[in-house]
Design a protein around this ligand. Structure first.
Ligand code: NAP
Length: 306
């Protein structure tokens, strides 16, 4: 039986792995069958992670996290956790490839998944003009007209990044002020290729088999107009990934995993949670990493008491 299994491979998961590995707990970190590294794999330049004064690329930062965790003996498994039973003293974790693991403690660091607009055709047009990842798909829109929806840091970052490829980027936001940090807003507002469409929401996706445009609804007076587009990037936030455990651990009213005070302790003994899956407020790489450290220390403390 393992001392600890960590589910999730973002900054929280890998920091928990670094700490539990150094504590001699031989962690197994289950990443995902697609790739290790979490949301930062989809980002470009990370400028605000302390210790890197010149910034670095998101995937490079995550490769560093993984190398550091592996250096101390973390085993990284590329597989999807599909089922867990966390109630007993022995925690059971099952993966998509058919493996079953047992552990004394589990750290949940499953992060958050991108939010959809909830429009008809959104799934059908995904990959056919509709995207959630500028770094993955931006390249396909060279000299094209595209739009980004959202008013947070992600929308600013995506819009700025996409101006490397697109000839024109509309930034569609439902209010008349952005939620994003000032530095990110200023960059978008000063970018000559970006035009902000204030007080507007996407009411309909247009096109059959391929996006050709959107219908915009004015959020102040309700009027509508069409905008021709080759691509639409949706950056309207994330929802915590809790489906794996929602019937086992207590959740908050906003559906994040509930933890006790400043600790990582969930409602189940021996089960800890860290990163975006517990954080409705800060959701930064550095805060996720810090909370992964807290979870590792809590798991270590729990084990020493058993
Ligand atoms: P966010 O901060 O939650 O912002 C989501 C934005 O989308 C808000 O402007 C919101 O509008 C809008 N929105 C939400 N639902 C919508 C809908 N159905 N239709 C239209 N618009 C909708 O999410 P985020 O930008 O993904 O950022 C998440 C976290 O990551 C934040 O803490 C952010 O600071 C962090 N982050 C940091 C960086 C960086 O520092 N470089 C980069 C990316 C992300 P309202 O404004 O009206 O609520």
């Amino acid at each position: 039986m393992r001392d600890v299994i960590i589910i999730g491979s973002g900054p929280a998961g890998f920091t928990a792995a670094i700490y539990t590995a150094r504590a001699g707990m031989n962690p197994l970190l289950i990443a995902s069958s697609v790739e290790s590294g979490g949301e930062l794999m989809k980002t470009t330049e990370v400028e605000n992670f302390p210790g890197f004064p010149d910034g670095l690329q998101g995937p490079e930062l995550m490769a560093n996290f993984q190398a550091q965790a592996e250096r101390f003996g973390t085993e990284v498994l590329l597989d999807d956790v599909i089922e867990v039973d966390l109630k007993g003293d022995v925690k059971i974790v099952k993966t998509g490839a058919g493996q079953t693991f047992e552990a004394k403690t589990v750290i949940l660091a499953t992060g958050a998944a991108y939010r959809e607009l909830g429009l008809p055709k959104e799934k059908e047009l995904s990959g056919h003009g509709v995207s959630w990842c500028a770094t993955c798909d931006g390249f396909f829109f060279r000299e094209r007209t595209i739009a980004v929806v959202g008013g947070g840091d992600s929308a600013m970052e995506e819009a700025n990044f996409l101006t490397r490829f697109a000839s024109k980027v509309y930034l569609i936001h439902r209010r008349d002020t952005f939620k994003a940090s000032k530095i990110m807003q200023d960059r978008a507002l000063n970018n000559p290729k970006i035009e902000v469409v204030w007080n507007s929401e996407v009411a309909e996706l247009l096109g059959e088999g391929k996006l050709t445009g959107v219908t915009l609804r004015d959020t102040v007076n309700g009027s509508t107009k069409n905008l021709e587009l080759d691509g639409l990037f949706i950056a309207v936030g994330n929802d915590p990934r809790v489906w794996l455990v929602e019937n086992q651990v207590e959740l908050t009213a906003e559906k994040f995993i509930a933890v006790e005070g400043r600790s990582s302790k969930t409602s189940l003994p021996g089960v800890f949670a860290a990163g975006d899956v517990i954080d409705p407020t800060y959701r930064q790489a550095i805060t996720a990493a810090a909370s992964g450290c807290v979870a590792a220390l809590d798991a270590e403390h729990y084990l020493s008491g058993h």
